[in-house]
Design a protein around this ligand. Structure first.
Ligand code: GDP
Length: 433
């Protein structure tokens, strides 16, 4: 999906516009601890356009001076987006800070569409002509708070979408990414994997959009490591800010089939790890938990088991994800990653036979009778798999309200016991027949 970034100095109304375009599509999933949506990145649909939207204004860059913050936000936009929407304020005219933003955007080799916000009524349209001076052609008058002019603005932005962005890679290529907080060893792990004997690297980090990924072939099979470049490039101030790393993680997750959630075995689990894992789970991707730096941990025969229990306690929602203890430094167990990724991906896209599925559900019901509520008992008529990636099942019942979370969980576990599905979330929905 193409990416649009919104930039502009503070108080021009970036968040209002972001929320207006995104609408109420972002929801918080309650059963995952620590996951509150950072509302700076979202997929969006507007008329017939389908894209991702970034509000760079929501990325706060610590204590840097005001102008530096604006500059960094603009740089992030240039780096992350296919099209940039540059927002100004029609009530205040062109300011010095607008000119600063413009100066940075001139250097971008990305299309920029200029919007003049807070033009709430037609009388104010005269004022937009000053904005030609910023050098981005025709300014688009809009009103974020009234929702005016956004259609024209987005149409113009869409005219600049890259032509062949619809699909990144072939369907049969497994795409995976490594996510985790800074310094857990993501880059080291990628390098360790790329350095393996059986791994043939066909394309490593470059400058074009595709080349931010690494394509590798292992035993004749192709894989893509998503966003290797983002992991390798270090040092810019903004890369260490939490919201920016979340943004990068979300983008990588979205493009992946399998996500490796990397944890620092030496430091243990902290709140941020849970949050990051929560994003991957919420996105419905296959997940493998990777405990890195295992070489640096002082161990006895119980250490691994104890650590595993701690992980299970902290990541209750990831009970389906296998855990691997390894070291990017010594390369211990690095070779197990590709086979694990393959299994997780196969499970993520697996279809089960409907008759077998129904046998499993009926056996489950025989073993543990369906719940009743106010004298009414849940009746299950039929179950069918409606999707893969992740496997999604619909249970046809007499009354969907009666399928409580705990019974749904029980059915999920029965399905897992019967079919495996290690490494992938599965979803079960009830529908009335
Ligand atoms: P990233 O920010 O997640 O990409 O982390 P890096 O790959 O840059 O690694 C952060 C630090 O951890 C570096 O100093 C690495 O040398 C170190 N490191 C990475 N993997 C391992 C490992 O398996 N064992 C040990 N002892 N150190 C590691």
């Amino acid at each position: 999906k193409p990416v649009i970034a919104i930039v502009g100095r503070p108080n021009v109304g970036k968040s209002t516009i972001f929320n207006r375009i995104v609408g109420e599509r972002i929801s918080i999933v309650e059963d995952i601890p620590g996951v509150t949506r950072d509302r700076i990145y979202s997929s969006a649909e507007w008329l017939n356009h389908d894209f991702n939207l970034i509000d760079t204004g929501g990325i706060d860059i610590g204590d840097e001076p005001f102008l530096d913050q604006i500059r960094m936000q603009a740089e992030i936009a240039i780096e992350e987006a296919d099209v940039i929407i540059f927002i100004t304020n029609g009530r205040e005219g062109v300011t010095a800070a607008d000119e600063e933003v413009a100066k940075i955007l001139y250097k971008a080799k990305k299309p920029v569409v200029l919007a003049v916000n807070k033009v709430d009524n037609p009388d104010m349209r005269e004022q937009i002509y000053d904005f030609y001076a910023l050098g981005f052609g025709e300014p688009f008058p809009i009103s974020g708070s009234h929702g005016l002019g956004l259609g024209d603005l987005l149409d113009e932005a869409a005219n600049h979408f890259p032509k062949r962005d619809t699909k990144d890679y072939d369907d049969d290529v497994i795409k995976f990414s490594l996510i985790g907080r800074p310094n857990v060893g993501k880059s080291s792990l990628v390098n360790a994997m790329l350095g393996e004997e059986r791994v043939i690297v066909s394309n490593v980090a470059g400058t074009t959009r595709d080349a931010i990924d690494s394509e590798v072939t292992v035993n004749g099979e192709k894989f893509v490591i998503i966003d290797t470049a983002g992991m390798r490039k270090k040092g810019k101030v903004y890369e260490s800010t939490e919201k920016y790393s979340v943004l990068r993680a979300l983008r990588a997750i979205e493009r992946s089939d399998v996500v490796l959630v990397v944890i620092d075995g030496e430091e243990g689990i902290i709140e941020q790890d849970k949050k990051i894992a929560g994003y991957a789970h919420e996105a419905g991707r296959a997940i493998i938990i990777v405990v890195n730096k295992w070489d640096a941990v002082e161990k006895d025969e119980k250490t691994m088991k104890t650590f595993e229990q701690t992980i299970r306690e902290h990541f209750l929602f990831l009970d389906y994800a296998p855990i691997v203890f390894l070291s990017a430094k010594t390369k211990k167990r690095i070779h197990t990653l590709i086979p694990m990724i393959k299994v997780a991906s196969e499970n993520h896209t697996r279809r089960v036979e409907t008759s077998v599925l129904n046998d499993v559900i009926m056996d489950a019901v025989a073993m543990n009778p369906t719940p009743t509520d106010k004298g009414k008992r849940l009746k299950i008529y039929y179950t069918t798999q409606v999707a893969v990636g992740p496997p999604t099942f619909v249970v046809f019942v007499n009354d969907p309200e009666l399928l409580h979370f705990s019974y749904e969980r029980f059915l999920e576990n029965r399905v897992r016991d019967a079919f495996g599905f290690e490494g992938t979330p599965i979803k079960i929905f009830a529908r009335e027949r």
